[in-house]
Design a protein around this ligand. Structure first.
Ligand SMILES: [Zn+2]
Length: 832
């Protein structure tokens, strides 16, 4: 019954079926049916291209997907790894994962599909050249071409112009590559290795969705030849909202970026400017046949489906089913001939039958997590909530490289009579854990490594396991596919469901990714073993690079319940030899299975819980770093990893609460540090700034990190200085000493050029642009070809203490284990 055969090309291509076809929309009942019936009659497509999650014009997406019923896609070159995070501590890849799911949530509302390339948002970049150097121009162009060939858009729209007026270098690149790919996708001599999976595709036209920041720009733009207008403020009487209102709901899904948006009713003009292909006269789809006429034999299908739209009765949706079933064999024939529209519309047609019949099909796993080699129990339900007779013929579980079909559950589906039973599926013993596919292999610079070409572009992994319901109605057989999920009831949030995932029997969580060993001293490393299944026992050891050692050699664990956690402590001693980095790997044995990963569940409702399996690997950094500050107070701002980094230096760190700032005696602290954007985010800090300055006057050390120039920012420090917008984005940019005698450069650690090696992402941001002469500058750095910037670190003695402002990116460099950054920051903490 179970087969693991290699699949034919046609089956492999099913991976590329539009994700939106399977997903729920926020609309149900009549609006959902109306949307699906109208969409069945439209064969047109548009792909929107930009650089980041939140660059997309959700009004344009909603208008074309929900209003014009086009197949609509958004290609974001990156997953937004370099953005800010207003909802949690996750940065980098993990933020990219969160933002990928924010985009998927937005797309469910606006009705578009989502795609990405392998490019990683590495932070702000001033030029397209820097961006191309980090990504590899050919690699990302290949991905844009691939998405165009697979999606086959009639119209491609760019959010950016490809010129410096776009600002961010990654924005410019999205338009430059969008233009190049527009021509390359149709040329079989470009990226021929893709042609085993897809055919060349030449979109009809390329438009730029222009924007104006001010009246001047608008005046200039209005004179652009060929500019056309779209009103996304059109009201949809079936949905009860305008497309701009839908756009506001969709945009509000970008929660990590704080993009909550209003839902403005009324007119909303958007502009499109021709870039390539033939220019449209009035409408983006002028001259493009977006009806069934574009497909051989399509006229008959059009006639039937137009009748379905015309005769649909909201009170009796089941009366539309016979028309849909009449179109079924015609569309199925096209699909069998691998016509891309046929394949796509057949899925939409089957889903329309389900909507009209009120079909409830569910595949519920007994648990959300399963280990390799175990068996999943799947409880299925098929429920026909219409008077139209239907039948269940077969059930096929598909996924994890195999499939299991049964027709033992044949049953008639009478009105509102559920049919349910249980199926079992054996998970292969070698099934990998459910790590997001783009995070499985080590990165190549600022791009993800995705060995399987067919996975490139996808927003997320396909479901681990699907249940294919083989159904019959009116003598026509049709299939509907539902992902196997785990459904449960939360006492607060009500019924929830989450994806089925494969997990290791235990996960090993290390306390840090980077472990600091100041001055070659040993330290305790506590590994947390978390059981993912009940009754699990085994042992853990630390594998270390030559010269390093751990005591004891291994420790055993035994846990009775899933979710149980057990800390296992080891004493790790550094090698005596030359400088690191060295590596530590946590290894667990359970039976004959070796496990080397941790497990992290990211939970930011309303997003689904997201699980990743970071390797249980830590970088070991030996740094000659001395710090004379012992007790440090930290005022956490927007969220950063500085407290842990300072603890690794040997400091005792206290997070200061609002009441601490009001009434605690601060003189117990050797230094107080404010977190990144603390003045932007904490009113209690702004109000209590005088108390902090008193603390300095009486002999304390206060260090302020970067803050942005928003309306909340108050003047910091004892003497005036102004925060500007200057940043140094090139992490290798030279750093020079403006006042070599400043104690921050020598006490207690002697700072040299070597301390500026190995920095990541950037030197710093939001440097001071003007300052009182009572401040002494310490460092100067600037991006290639730009003016010198000395405002990245200001030092002043004030009363008996010291005040330091620094826009250098300590919050990135310390958690990344950059030894020189630790040495310089230790001097700041130790300043007296
Ligand atoms: Zn952007």
């Amino acid at each position: 019954m179970r087969t693991h055969s290699s699949k034919s090309l046609a089956l492999l291509l099913c991976l590329f079926l539009p994700a939106a076809a399977f997903s729920q929309t926020p609309f149900s009942g009549t609006p959902a049916i109306e949307q699906s019936l109208r969409k069945l009659t439209v064969l047109g497509s548009v792909l929107f291209i930009a650089a980041h999650p939140d660059d997309e014009n959700t009004a344009i997406l909603a208008y074309y997907a929900r209003g014009r019923h086009m197949r609509t896609g958004y290609l974001s070159l990156t997953r937004g790894e370099g953005g800010q995070n207003l909802i949690g501590p996750e940065q980098g890849d993990l933020l990219g994962l969160i933002r990928s799911h924010e985009l998927l949530a937005a797309r469910q509302i606006d009705g578009a599909e989502q795609f990405f390339t392998r490019a990683i948002d590495f932070g702000y970049s001033k030029t397209p050249e820097e961006t191309f150097a980090k990504w590899g121009r050919g690699r990302i162009l290949s991905d844009v071409v691939w998405v165009i060939r697979r999606f086959r858009p009639d119209v491609v729209m760019l959010r950016f112009s490809g010129t410096p007026r776009d600002g961010h270098g990654q924005h410019q690149v999205s338009a430059i590559l969008g233009k190049e790919a527009f021509f390359a996708a149709g040329d079989p001599s470009r990226f021929p290795e893709q042609l085993k999976f897809v055919e060349p595709w030449k979109p009809r036209r390329l438009l730029f969705n222009s924007f104006s920041f001010n009246k001047e720009m608008e005046k200039e733009a209005a004179a652009t030849p060929g500019r056309i207008e779209v009103d996304t403020g059109d009201y949809d009487p079936v949905l009860g909202v305008s497309y701009s209102q839908i756009a506001g709901m969709s945009r509000s899904m970008h929660r990590s970026q704080g993009m909550g948006a209003s839902q403005r009713p009324g007119p909303s003009r958007q502009f499109l400017v021709p870039v390539a292909g033939d220019a449209p006269a009035k409408d983006a789809f002028d001259g493009i046949d977006t009806t069934w006429q574009r497909v051989p034999g399509g006229a008959d299908i059009a006639r039937i489906l137009n009748e379905a739209v015309r005769t649909f009765e909201p009170e009796h949706p089941e009366r539309t089913i016979p028309l849909l079933l009449k179109a079924h064999p015609l569309i199925a024939t096209l699909a069998a001939q691998h016509d891309p529209w046929g394949t796509e519309k057949l899925v939409e047609l089957n889903e329309a039958v389900a909507l009209c019949g009120g079909l409830w099909l569910d595949a519920n796993a007994d648990n959300y997590a399963v280990v390799p080699g175990a068996t999943v129990e799947v409880n299925y339900t098929a429920l026909n909530r219409s008077p139209f007779p239907m039948a269940l013929n077969s059930l096929t579980l598909e996924g994890m490289g195999g499939e299991s079909r049964t027709d033992a559950h044949r049953a008639a589906l009478g009105p509102n009579q559920p049919v349910n039973a249980q199926l079992k599926y054996a998970v292969p013993a070698d099934q990998p854990y459910s790590q997001p596919f783009w995070m499985r292999e080590p990165k190549q610079g600022d791009t993800y490594t995705i060995p399987d070409q067919r996975m490139i572009g996808l927003p997320d992994d396909p479901p681990l396991l699907n249940l294919r319901f083989g159904l019959e109605a009116g003598g026509v057989a049709f299939d509907l596919v539902r992902p196997v999920r785990h459904r449960y009831v939360d006492r607060v949030d009500g019924e929830q469901s989450r994806a089925l995932i494969v997990v290791p029997p235990v996960a090993l969580n290390l306390p840090q990714d980077v472990m600091l060993f100041p001055n070659g001293d040993g330290r305790k490393v506590e590994v947390e073993v978390r059981a993912d299944v009940p009754k699990v026992a085994g042992d853990v050891h630390l594998a270390l690079d030559a010269g390093w050692s751990a005591e004891p050699a291994s420790r055993t664990f035994a846990q009775t319940q899933a979710g149980q956690q057990q800390p296992l402590a080891f004493e790790v001693t550094p090698a005596r030899g030359p400088d690191p980095p060295a590596w530590l790997r946590g290894v667990a044995h359970v039976g004959d299975r070796e496990i080397g990963v941790g497990m992290l569940v990211i939970s930011h409702p309303p997003l689904p819980p997201l699980t990743v399996f970071p390797p249980a690997v830590a970088k070991l950094v030996r740094a000659e770093v001395r710090v004379t500050a012992h007790k440090v107070g930290y005022v956490m701002g927007a969220g950063d990893g500085m407290p842990d980094a300072m603890r690794q230096l040997g400091c005792e760190v206290t997070l200061l609460t609002p009441s601490d700032l009001v009434e605690r005696d601060l003189s117990e602290f050797d230094a107080i540090v404010t977190g990144v954007r603390a003045y932007n985010t904490r009113a209690d800090l702004r109000v209590n700034l005088p108390r902090l300055l008193d603390y300095v006057r009486n002999g304390g050390t206060l260090i302020d990190q970067y803050n942005v120039t928003d309306a909340n920012l108050v003047p910091m420090g004892p003497y005036p200085f102004k925060v500007g917008h200057d940043r140094v984005t090139v992490e290798e940019a030279p750093v020079t000493f403006t006042n070599p005698g400043n104690p921050l450069l020598s006490t207690p650690n002697e700072i040299t050029q070597k301390d500026f090696e190995g920095w990541i992402q950037e030197r710093g941001l939001y440097f001071a642009s003007e300052w009182d002469p009572r401040y002494q500058t310490v460092l100067e750095s600037h991006d290639p070809g730009e003016k010198p910037l000395a405002g990245g670190m200001l030092y002043a003695r004030y009363g008996k203490g010291v005040y330091i402002f620094s826009g250098y990116s300590w919050f990135r460099e310390l958690p990344a284990g950059v030894p020189g950054a630790y040495r310089l920051f230790a001097n700041m903490l130790s300043a007296k």
